[in-house]
Design a protein around this ligand. Structure first.
Ligand code: SF4
Length: 259
């Protein structure tokens, strides 16, 4: 949440991590934003859900934290994740714009749910200082997506198209959960849809794990996936192969139709 009553914009963040290696290229300063409108059944950060909590900071304070470790950020930069960073759009934009002025590589890790293609203005400004977006597509089927996250996936797919149309590099992430997203038909369909994101640079297919369980216990929340077993790396690889099969088939069809 942004505090517009003060001249200095303030954001609410959950935490920072100085040497992140999985949230974008290189070694990165990772900022976990507080607040998320989604309720993904497999979320391992339920402590970031509440809006308005966390530590209140200014963009200059975050950039000073980055400066204190920047000599170690080899090939990296700043990643904003969460939670959902675009819930605090003005703060996020100010942070990325200031980072860009300093030549820092910026990466946004987003679920895309706040995007509304009828009002893209704030996103148009944000992407001017965004070098990379890591976009989670949780499920390709709107109804299944709703069951999994509490929202349908329309805005998210619109956001993917928006990034593609604006030449913003995208890494797609997809979590494979036994019994929920490991269905071959849906994986194939996802691949076909991804073929239309021209700026997709990478596809990370991640196996579901249960490491977030303890946090639910600490927060007094019931763990939504109960005894669902973690996904094996082989299972995630098979899911990736199926997505890639769909992507290649769609690309082949696009090429055929152009001839
Ligand atoms: S979008 Fe991310 S932070 Fe939000 S509920 Fe889903 S997994 Fe958790």
């Amino acid at each position: 949440m942004n505090d517009n009553t003060n001249t200095v914009l303030k954001g609410h963040i959950h935490s920072t991590e100085s040497f992140g290696t999985v949230d974008g290229p290189g070694i990165r300063f990772v900022i976990f934003f507080q607040g998320c409108p989604m309720r993904c059944l497999y979320c391992h950060n339920p402590d970031t859900w509440s809006v308005g909590g966390g530590r209140e900071v200014t963009t200059d304070e975050l950039l000073a934290e980055y400066e204190s470790v920047k000599e170690f950020m080899r090939g990296g930069g700043i990643t904003c994740t969460g939670g959902e960073p675009t819930l605090q759009m003005d703060f996020l934009t100010e942070l990325f714009e200031k980072a860009h002025e300093k030549g820092i590589h910026t990466c946004l890790d987003s679920c895309g749910v706040t995007f509304n293609k009828s009002h893209p203005e704030k996103f148009e400004r944000l992407i001017r200082s965004t070098d990379l977006v890591m976009l989670d597509i949780k499920h390709i089927d709107p109804e299944e997506h709703k069951k999994l996250t509490g929202h349908d996936n329309k805005n998210i797919l619109d956001f993917a198209d928006f990034l593609s149309d604006h030449d913003v590099p995208v890494w797609i992430r997809h979590v494979v959960v036994p019994g929920i997203t490991d269905n071959k038909e849906y994986l194939y369909k996802l691949g076909r849809r991804l073929a239309h994101i021209h700026t997709m640079k990478a596809l990370d297919v991640l196996p579901y794990h249960t490491m977030g369980k303890a946090k639910y216990e600490q927060l007094g929340l019931e763990y939504p996936l109960g005894d669902t077993e973690p996904m094996s790396h082989e299972g995630a690889k098979a899911a990736r192969d199926e997505i890639m099969r769909g992507l290649k088939d769609e690309l082949a069809e696009i090429i055929r139709n152009k001839k």
